[in-house]
Design a protein around this ligand. Sequence first.
Ligand SMILES: *Cc1c(COP(=O)(O)O)cnc(C)c1O
Length: 335
Amino acid sequence: MSVQTPQNSEPASPATVSLPTYEDVVAAAQRIDGAAHRTPVLTSRTADERTGGRLFFKAENFQRGGAFKFRGAYNAIARLSPDARKRGVVAFSSGNHAQAIAYAGQLQGVPTVIIMPQDAPAMKVAATKGYGGEVVLYDRYKEDREAIGRKLSQERGLTLIPPYDHEDVIAGQGTATKELIEEVGPLDMLLVCVGGGGLLAGSALASKALSPDCRIYGVEPEAGNDAQQSFRTGSIVRIPVPATIADGAQTTYVGNKTFPIMRALAEDILTVSDAQLVDTMRFFVERMKIVVEPTGCLAAAAALHGMVPCKDKRVGIIISGGNVDPRALAGFLAG
Ligand SMILES: *Cc1c(COP(=O)(O)O)cnc(C)c1O
C-alpha cells in the first residue's frame, strides 16, 4: 500500500494535498536532535502478563513540555525562513501544542503568540508565559480563535502553526516512533492515540518504513469517535465537541493531511471508554510509577483492556503526555 504523496518538486495544484514522507521524519529527527529528549522506552512485567504480549511503552510524558508536541513544534519552527523567524509565530490551543510552541520558540529565539481561552487553567497560562510566549486571551463563547489568529498573523506577519494538520508538525511527531523502533527493533503492532491525527500520521510513516509488517492502530475516546467514523467511511466526519476526560483528543475532525496518511497506512481506529482511561491511569501510577494524562492513556488502555489481541505480539505503545493537574489526578485515582 502506498500513500499518494506528491513530490515536493512538483507544482502543487489546488486539488493536491502535499503530504509528508518518511524522509521528512528523518530530516525532522536531525533537526530536533539535541533539543528534544530521546525519551525512555519502558516495559512492565505486569503489563506483559496481563496482555500475554511484550509491550514497549515510549514515554513521551518525559518529553520537554510534558508531551510529544514539542517534537512537531520544534521542527516546524526550525523550518522557518530567517525572515519568518524574526517576525514570529502564532498558535491557538489551550493545551500541549501551545506550551510546545512557546517552549520551542524560546529555545530557538523566535517570538511566539499563543491564543488561549479566557477560562484556560491558570496553570497552563502561567506555563505558557513562563516559556516566553505572549498570551492573547479570548472569549471562547463569543469570539473565533481562528479569526483572531488570522488577524494577528496578517497584522504582525506571524506564521500560524496548527496543532496537527501541517507537514512539519506531522514529520516531527513521527520521530517518537522512529526512536522507538530503532531502539527495540521491529514490532508486530503499534498503538497510537488520535486527536487530529498528527501523531498517528507521523508514527505510521515511521513504522511503515522501519517495520513494514507492523499493524498500526489509532485509539480515540469512545465518546468522540470521529476518526473511527472517518476511517471506516473513507471521508472526514465532523462531530460536536465530545464529553471525555481525554482533553487532548477532544478534536472534532481529523486533518486533510493526517487523514489520507492514516487511511492508507493504519489497520483500524479503536475506541476506549473514560472508565478504561482511569483504570489505565491508575495502572501507570501503581505499577509503573509514572504520571500519564488521560489522553496519554488511550493507546495503553486499548492493549490493557483487550480491544486488540496482544498475545505473543511485540507491541509498541505511545504514551503521549503527562500534563495532568495533580488535584485532577488525585480525583481520578480516588474515584
Ligand atoms: C495533542 C495530543 C494528542 C493528540 O494528538 P494529535 O496529533 O492531535 O492526534 C494526544 N495526546 C496528547 C497528550 C496530546 O497533547
